[in-house]
Design a protein around this ligand. Structure first.
Ligand code: GLA
Length: 387
């Protein structure tokens, strides 16, 4: 949808007058999965699809929310900004984000009219919700001149997810949506929030996203359960080596402690996280050295660990990855994002891309009955004003 159409839609809903527009992207994570809430490293890139947020400040004592994707509309008075709506209402994402400004001590004397439109496929594990939170944060911050930096805006989006959607997520998605840069991946230390933008110059290789279109979506129950299992592992390890998160122990230090775990599940979860953090730092080194084949092997290792130890893949993601790896010209393939359905990310030689999409699509459909979708990713820019 182009910007003129978006403006027209806005005016149809809220009437004539000035309107400003902002955009924040979804993301694809290349490697470093389920490490962010453990203080580890991630390596995501922002995409060129995301969420548009159109906004007009008004003299009303309320905010109005509408979406071009979903029917529900809401009008929320300024006093009610910090109260979540019913679970499942999409307005919780922008509302939860605006609530963070109030919680930081900023005041709204008047409200605004907001229209959002997202083109991140929903439930694809490509952070449609983070892109909505960050688009809202960037828009409100700019319109009300609050002067908050982008990293803090990302943190506010994360809090909205915790408090208004009930998912105890890490910072990766909102950070990538806020801080992304075209043709770069973000090597982020989720403990300190230090980051490095690493150029992704993949000569003759494409990043292909495979959306399993599996009916599972990021299940807050299973996700929060993983977060809790990692905390349990920290407690067990801390009896022998004081740590506050799983990023503070190497695999060499962890290995002899494996026998001390009574809780098999917590042990497996920790093993994934600890090895994944190492794979992520290794992968970034390999990429910088131009060793893309090794990068691909580390991606494969990531998926295998998410499957065996973290148990967040499932039949659809495993099938798609399995079929992808059979294709000649595939450098690496893994699930991306939270898991339990969603998408895979594969590095594919350019000349193989059409065949890859055709073959993996066919085999995946035969084995799961589902019709997947594929996108050749372009790495885009983080949240910004468009008009
Ligand atoms: C979801 C969460 C992120 C991260 C990933 C897994 O996308 O929102 O914070 O934990 O899962 O890496």
């Amino acid at each position: 949808m182009n910007t003129e159409t978006l403006k027209k839609e806005f005016r149809e809903i809220y009437g004539d007058g000035e309107v400003s527009g902002y955009f924040s992207p979804g993301r694809v994570n290349l490697i470093g999965e389920h490490t962010d809430y453990n203080g580890g490293f991630v390596f995501p890139c922002a995409l060129t699809f995301g969420t548009y947020c159109l906004i007009r400040k008004t003299n009303n004592p309320y905010f109005r929310f509408a979406s071009l994707n979903l029917e529900t509309k809401e009008q929320i008075s300024i006093e009610a900004l910090t109260t979540p709506l019913q679970k499942g209402n999409w307005v919780n994402y922008p509302l939860g984000t605006i609530a963070q400004f109030v919680k930081k001590g900023h005041t709204f004397k008047t409200g605004a009219d907001i229209l959002v439109y997202g083109n991140v496929p929903g439930g694809a594990g490509l952070s449609s919700s983070a892109s909505l939170e960050v688009a809202t944060a960037v828009a409100i911050n700019d319109q009300y001149n609050f002067g908050i930096g982008k990293v803090d805006l990302a943190l506010m989006g994360q809090k909205a997810e915790h408090e208004f959607a009930g998912v105890n997520c890490g910072i990766m998605d909102q950070f990538a949506s806020a801080m992304g840069k075209a043709d770069h991946a973000i090597f982020l230390d989720c403990d300190t929030l230090d980051y490095e933008l690493v150029p992704v110059k993949l000569d003759g290789i494409k990043i292909v996203i495979g959306n399993t279109n599996s009916p599972h979506s990021l299940d807050s129950g299973k996700y929060n359960e993983r977060v809790a299992q990692c905390q349990a592992a920290v407690e067990t390890i801390s009896k022998y080596k004081k740590i506050t998160n799983l990023a503070q122990i190497t695999y060499e230090e962890f290995k002899p402690l494996e026998a001390k775990f009574d809780n098999e599940v917590a042990k497996k979860r920790a093993r994934h996280v600890i090895t994944e953090i190492k794979r992520t730092t290794d992968a970034v080194k390999e990429l910088k050295a131009g060793k893309i084949e090794t990068f691909g092997q580390l991606m494969n290792g990531s998926h295998d660990s998410l499957k065996a130890d973290y148990e967040v893949t499932g039949h659809e993601l495993d099938t798609m990855v399995e079929e992808a790896r059979k294709i000649e010209g595939v450098i690496g393939s893994r699930m991306t994002g939270g898991g339990f359905g969603g998408s895979t990310v594969s590095l594919v030689k350019e000349e193989t891309v059409d065949n890859f999409i055709d073959q993996v699509g066919k085999k995946y459909n035969e084995r799961t009955g589902l019709t997947p979708e594929f996108y050749v990713a372009e790495i885009g820019q983080g949240g910004h004003k468009i008009f």
